[in-house]
Ligand binder design. Structure first.
Ligand code: ATP
Ligand code: MG
Ligand code: MG
Ligand code: MG
Length: 436
């Protein structure tokens, strides 16, 4: 992408309405634009990051056996009357009427709808286990939308739903999502800790929130320090038997405020007690028959009798994650994207646009990098070098390739690693080799 042809509305000043760094940087770098309280337009740079996160979430869901669907954002109120949640949900639900006076709502979550789809088609235990998921916009009329995409009213969520014949199978489905979440967050460069959580209006008995630690987090959390640096299980696991992996990560104390038990936390060695603030980036629930019974989602069991299915639901805050990643990875100069979600792989900076040698070298680098499958943001504008450096540091692309007339006279270019700040000068071809 040539910057001169791109749409990257970087703000000169820090926006005054942003209270936390991720919100400030997302506005400043022109990733998002607020259209109404808690409702954002995604501008090109922000959308690239959102898509990268989505891709990783899709890949990890599918490795764990989940199947993608796409449910609508609008739902019939009557569906929610079947589960009893239409009245319960309260003011967070955006209620709408169509021209025929039919009551609709903008979905805050999809348990009812997926249960309705399941019961329409699935008849036999032989079709189980089944896990269906989608990535779709949700709406919750939050009392205090704030912190940008962190607590929006319209936000992008990945939600998966599992269906199983009995409790033991449902537990396995839960474990698969538990491990998929650990792997997902790790690929996003985050240290997310699973914590025992309250099930809230979704209901059920077994639930974990995945929390990343950040001073700006809205929840108070308590955990054993060793959990923070525990590495993700990775792909080389037996998806049918993950209990040991889950046990290892749930044996140590970790709980959110609502579930916090002072006495149990007190039993953690004093130097291992971590009491901090956290951001909820994912939440998984096993809620048994809470929806399948009232909505009559049942299958024929192996013995021929009808049984209501055991269900679970599993959410990831896809748009919230961008805020979370920036909270975890920035410095005074701007964002520092983990390579896996960076909007571009390489920032190519031409220090003297119009100089024949500089232009030719940049074109060559641009073509070579793109041919090698790298995405490049090429600053081909006539801005001052200082302004170019500041902008590229601000938007946080992992590598900067800097080409100027002085170096080029000796066949050299400069390369800068955004994360470490290390820069070095090297032969043009050697640098291209390193980056491709
Ligand atoms: P919170 O406690 O932050 O209000 P929640 O517990 O109500 O979140 P869930 O119903 O568990 O949210 O939804 C699954 C995931 O969706 C959450 O873990 C979070 O990452 C994301 N999420 C929920 N509400 C919002 C929001 N208003 N803006 C952005 N993401 C959200
Ligand atoms: Mg909420
Ligand atoms: Mg919550
Ligand atoms: Mg939650």
């Amino acid at each position: 992408m040539r910057l001169s042809r791109y749409f990257l509305p970087i703000l000169k000043e820090n926006p005054s309405e942003a209270q936390i760094v991720s919100h400030r940087l997302m506005l400043r770098t022109g990733m998002i634009r607020q259209e109404a309280a808690g409702i954002y337009a995604w501008l090109p740079l922000g959308l690239r990051v959102l898509k990268k996160i989505e891709k990783i979430v899709h890949e990890e869901m599918q490795k764990a056996g989940a199947i993608e669907v796409l449910m609508p954002t609008l739902q019939l109120a009557d569906l929610w009357r079947e589960s009893g949640r239409y009245e319960d949900y309260g003011q967070e639900m955006l209620r709408i009427k169509d021209r025929h006076e039919r009551e609709l709502l903008y979905g805050p979550t999809n348990e009812e709808m997926i249960t309705e789809i399941f019961r329409a088609y699935v008849r036999s235990y032989k079709s189980l286990p089944l896990n269906l998921y989608h990535i779709q916009w949700k709406f919750r009329d939050e009392q205090r939308p704030r912190f940008g995409v962190m607590r929006g009213r319209e936000f992008l969520m990945k939600d998966a739903y599992s269906f199983d014949i009995d409790e033991a199978a449902a537990r396995k489905a839960y474990n698969r999502m538990f491990v998929a979440y650990l792997n997902t967050f790790s690929r996003l460069g985050l240290k997310a800790v699973p914590m025992r959580a309250d099930t809230g209006p979704i209901g059920g008995d077994l639930s974990h929130e995945f929390i990343i630690l950040a001073d700006t987090g809205e929840s108070a959390v308590f955990c054993h320090k060793d959990l923070v640096d525990m590495s993700a299980p990775g792909d080389n696991v037996d998806w049918d038997d993950l209990q040991a992996i889950v046990d290892e990560r749930t044996a140590l104390y970790a709980a959110t405020e609502e579930m916090h038990d002072e006495a149990a936390f007190g039993a953690v060695p004093a130097d291992k007690q971590l009491s901090a603030r956290g951001i909820e980036v994912g939440h998984i629930f096993n809620f048994g028959k809470k929806y399948s019974e009232p909505m009559n989602a049942a299958v024929n069991g192996p013995d021929g009798t009808q049984t209501h299915v055991h269900m679970g639901s599993y959410g990831v805050g896809v748009s919230r994650l961008i805020g979370g990643i920036i909270e975890a990875s920035h410095d005074d100069a701007g964002i520092i994207w983990p390579e896996s979600v960076a909007p571009f792989d390489v920032a190519l900076i031409n220090l003297r646009v119009g100089d024949a040698a500089c232009d030719a070298a940049c074109e060559k680098a641009y073509a070579a990098l793109e041919a090698a499958g790298k995405s490049v943001l090429y600053d081909d504008t006539d801005d001052r070098p200082g302004a170019k450096f500041a902008s590229m540091d601000l938007i946080g692309i992992p590598w900067q390739l800097i080409i100027g007339p002085k170096g080029l006279a000796e066949g050299k270019v400069e390369i800068k690693h955004r994360k470490t700040g290390e820069r070095h000068t090297a032969e043009f071809d050697a640098v291209l080799d390193q980056l491709t």
